[in-house]
Design a protein around this ligand. Structure first.
Ligand code: NAP
Length: 494
């Protein structure tokens, strides 16, 4: 902790994925050791630990999908796979001394803020309770798998599971497999299993925009340069980061003409790759490019083009013992159903119950969609911080940068609390002004062009995506302005 903050507020970090570990490492690197990380799984990694489906791999180049202060030269390919990413995070947790402070198999059920004590009172699934001055929620946005509640789902006689809960005991060899959904998970799973299955049917409502993935194994020279010359790795990282950052203006509505040209090119490529006019028609998205996540795969269309792969463009209406009945009446008989239907992403922090000042429940506060100031703090919930909170999703660059900036800002507030004691709560007017600005600026981006997906709530409010450039986010989180806070609590620093 810095010399100006002799007291170390106690901190509890919920989640040991990229975001939670970024927060813990930030504290360690600044000498703050009064923290505990609570992780419900048995290992670090968060979504990367949970998603062990065939083909699971990063869709951001690994050189920028790692901590900027812990660059690793030896990824097996340009886009690292799930096991490597988990291994990287495990090593990072050891290297920075965080691991001894992680409690695994520990699920938080509820958190209540005590204004008098200026601390959070957490109840774990085991019934144990923990008090902490500061709570950092790094529970991710993609941690609660979502399977649609459809009539007859329990009557299906075969095996069924969600992509994030892959059942490796189920042998899919030569089986009739139905994959529901065509988001980022399905785009990796379908090509990875199509060779093994007897017949595969993709059931999709909205096809997505998918571009080729420029993936290759790094050369021995590249790896050797990276190992021997950290400056090479740093330069490569910075160049790639700037390259991604330079694409930001493409999400602005002003860039509509550019995106339309790109859409035409992609449509031609889809038709060429699929050949079959029926499949081509089924795979052309009906929403603006970039409005939803642009997916990466060089194997998707060649896989769908195979004669033993069927594409059904319809939602699922119901299930029976033999398989799926689609909304358009199509039947899909199957032995195995893989639900690639995403996550309850807009229900941040759920199912944990969070109660802030004056008994206010976070669910009620967010009834019209989650909101926060810079995705970090929500008015009415003092000393509670978020990693990957509302409107901080990174579509144009890397989420890891956001995590690092968030960790740094939160650490500054904790240091501030170390000198003042008590609690801080972002002012209502600051919170309101920020969210009005974000929603207004989103109207000038492609993210509000009415695409399907999980970036917005059912009412259409975009609550997931950061609207500006990453440079802007970095600038706005660089230095803490304590005037944004209302403060209270009787606690005095030790
Ligand atoms: P997703 O993008 O939310 O996709 C869910 C899919 O399920 C959509 O195609 C959706 O269709 C479909 N669906 C939902 N309910 C349905 C129903 N009743 N009938 C038919 N289809 C239905 O989920 P995801 O693929 O798991 O990806 C979620 C996020 O995880 C991604 O956006 C990405 O951020 C992350 N991810 C990252 C990686 C990586 O490599 N870094 C890999 C995988 C996932 P509609 O579009 O019509 O709603």
């Amino acid at each position: 902790m810095s010399a100006t903050s002799p007291h170390q507020p106690s901190v509890v970090i919920i989640g040991a994925g990229f975001g939670g570990l970024a927060a813990a490492i930030e504290l360690e690197r600044h000498g703050h050791t009064n923290y505990t990380v609570l992780e419900r799984q048995t290992e670090v990694g968060g979504v990367w630990q949970a998603n062990q489906y065939p083909g699971a791999r990063c869709d951001v180049p690994s050189i920028i999908y790692q901590y900027s202060y812990d660059l690793r030269p030896d990824w097996s390919r340009r886009f690292g796979n799930q096991a490597e990413i988990c291994d990287y995070l495990k090593q990072a947790s050891e290297r920075f001394g965080v691991r001894p402070r992680i409690r695994f198999n520990t699920s938080v059920q509820s958190a209540h803020f005590d204004e008098q004590k200026a601390s959070w009172h957490l109840t774990l699934a085991s019934g144990e309770t923990i008090d902490a001055d500061v709570m950092i929620c790094a529970t991710g946005q993609l941690s609660q798998p979502k399977i649609p509640d459809l009539p007859g789902r329990d009557t299906f006689a075969g095996a069924q599971f969600h992509s994030a809960e892959w059942d490796h005991s189920v042998d899919i060899t030569a089986k009739r497999v139905a994959v529901v959904g065509s988001g980022a998970s399905a785009v990796q799973i379908v090509p990875a299993i199509a060779q093994q299955t007897g017949h595969l049917t993709l059931v999709q409502r909205h096809p997505n925009w998918i571009v080729g993935k420029m993936d290759w194994a790094p050369s021995r020279l590249e790896k050797s340069l990276g190992r021997r010359f950290p400056i090479f790795l740093r330069g490569y990282h910075n160049v790639m980061w700037l390259y991604f950052e330079s694409r930001y203006p493409l999400v602005l509505r002003k860039a509509d003409p550019v995106r339309r040209v790109w859409e035409r090119i992609l449509k031609r490529q889809i038709a060429k790759a699929l050949g079959d006019p029926h499949k081509t028609a089924a795979c052309i998205p009906d929403y603006a490019l970039g409005c939803n996540r642009i997916l990466l795969s060089s194997e998707w269309y060649p896989t769908l083009a195979k004669p033993d792969v069927r594409v059904v463009n319809s939602g699922v209406a119901s299930l029976d013992a033999d398989g799926i009945v689609c909304s358009d009446g199509t039947r899909v008989d199957a032995d195995v159903i893989v639900w690639c239907t995403g996550f309850t992403a807009t229900e941040y922090i759920a199912p944990m119950e969070v109660v802030g000042r004056n008994g206010q429940n976070l669910r009620t506060a967010w009834a019209d969609g989650p909101e926060a100031y810079l995705g970090l703090v929500t008015a009415g919930f003092p000393n509670m911080f978020m990693s990957y909170g509302p409107n901080t999703g990174s579509l144009t660059n890397t989420l890891i940068y956001m995590f690092e900036k968030q960790a740094s800002w939160i650490r500054q507030v904790i240091e501030h609390l170390g000198t003042t004691g008590g609690w801080v709560d972002v002012r209502e007017d600051v919170h309101r002004e920020f969210n009005d600005e974000i929603q207004s600026r989103l109207q000038k981006t492609v993210f509000t062009a009415g695409c399907p997906g999980w970036y917005s709530t059912d009412s259409g409010k975009v609550t997931q995506v950061w609207t500006g450039s990453h440079v802007e986010y970095g600038r706005r989180t660089e230095t803490l302005d304590p005037l944004i806070f209302e403060r209270g609590g009787s606690k005095t620093p030790a």
